[in-house]
Design a protein around this ligand. Structure first.
Ligand SMILES: NCCC[C@H](NC(=O)CCC(=O)O)C(=O)O
Ligand SMILES: NC(=O)OP(=O)(O)O
Length: 315
């Protein structure tokens, strides 16, 4: 594997999830694989889980890891080709990415969307320029439109905890005070559309995701109907795709509560984290027996380790 940017870079998602679970059972089975290999993690935005779980995964494989918070610690990056750099940007991504490729065998990149210009965000300009200029395998640590390491960990979690071959999985929109990216729901949808699951998306009017990611999913504005008999509920806020990046007033009643859980099949509640308590998800759910969010975050290690292992193997 030379690139892990979306579900399209994986031929068999179930085999990859199985490999992640094998690594969970035997984390140090491949410590020789990463000997004298270096992973560089480049962050343009904050991170707790992605940063620590990917570092841990690399260490389990015997790799060395370097982290650069390029937004705070690097030179201001220029992205535009042909730019006359007489303003605030100091270094072009062409040199920056190429230089990092001299120091690392694999590079991870986190680059959130600006949520102002849809065409620019959905072109994955920053992520694709890293891929183009660094010259080594690249793994997405959440890009403008996708978060595949999260989605793989989510698939692993569902495979691990499901009690039937074909569980009902509901992705439900949740309230928030800010405009958030569509990357996590886009990505979860495109993985779930290929998973062994009955997959439904519930969101208020105005929050339809791009059909590029949701093709094959059932979509409804009726949260109550969607939650009926659900085995897994994936809670996430996102801003509108059209009009791009907007947040509509209202819809506070979309927060998941114990009352809403009653109609489900004792559903396990998932969230990628970080989660804003009592806005996106109630205390009673997060502190109750149905929440699997910490377990899910734990699985980020095995997802990252399976991907890094394949990159190191060149398979
Ligand atoms: N990597 C996990 C999610 C990252 C991001 N959440 C956030 O930016 C939360 C910010 C806040 O709650 O203020 C998102 O939704 O894509
Ligand atoms: N879920 C997730 O990606 O968390 P971080 O943003 O903390 O990495």
């Amino acid at each position: 594997m030379k690139l892990f940017s979306s579900v399209h870079d994986v031929t068999d998602i179930n085999a990859l999830a199985k490999e992640a679970l094998e690594l969970k059972r035997n984390p140090y089975s491949h410590t020789h694989l990463g000997k004298n290999k270096t992973l560089a993690l480049v962050f343009m935005n904050p991170s707790l889980r992605t940063r620590m779980s990917t570092q841990k995964a690399a260490m389990n494989l015997g790799m060395n890891v370097m982290v650069l918070n390029i937004d705070k610690e690097g030179w201001a990056l220029e992205l535009k080709d042909g730019a006359v750099m007489n303003g605030t940007t100091v270094e072009h991504i062409r040199e920056a990415a190429a230089v990092m490729g001299e120091y690392a065998d694999i590079i991870g990149v986190r680059s959130f969307p600006g949520l102002k210009d849809r065409e620019l965000d959905y072109s994955e300009d920053i992520f694709n320029k890293f891929v183009k200029y660094c010259g080594v395998p690249v793994v997405s640590l959440e890009s403008a439109t996708r978060h595949p390491l999260q989605s793989l960990a989510d698939l692993v979690t569902i495979e691990e905890l499901k009690t039937k071959a074909y569980p009902k999985v509901v992705l439900t929109w949740a309230p928030h005070v800010k405009a958030l990216p569509q990357a996590v729901p886009n990505s979860f949808a495109e993985w779930m559309c290929r998973a062994d699951a009955d997959f439904i998306i519930a969101h208020p009017e105005g929050y339809a995701l791009s059909t590029e990611f949701t093709r094959g999913a059932a979509i409804t504005h009726n949260q109550e109907a969607a939650l009926a008999d659900a085995d897994f509920i994936y809670v996430k806020n996102w801003s509108a795709y059209e009009p791009y990046g907007k947040v509509m007033p209202g819809n506070e009643d979309w927060m998941l509560t114990n009352e809403k859980l009653r109609a489900t099949n004792n559903a396990k509640v998932m969230h990628c984290l970080p989660v804003r308590r009592n806005l996106e998800l109630s205390d009673e759910i997060l502190d109750g027996p149905n929440a699997v969010v910490v377990h899910e975050a734990g699985n980020r290690v095995w997802a990252a380790q399976a991907v890094l292992k394949r990159m190191l193997e060149g398979s």
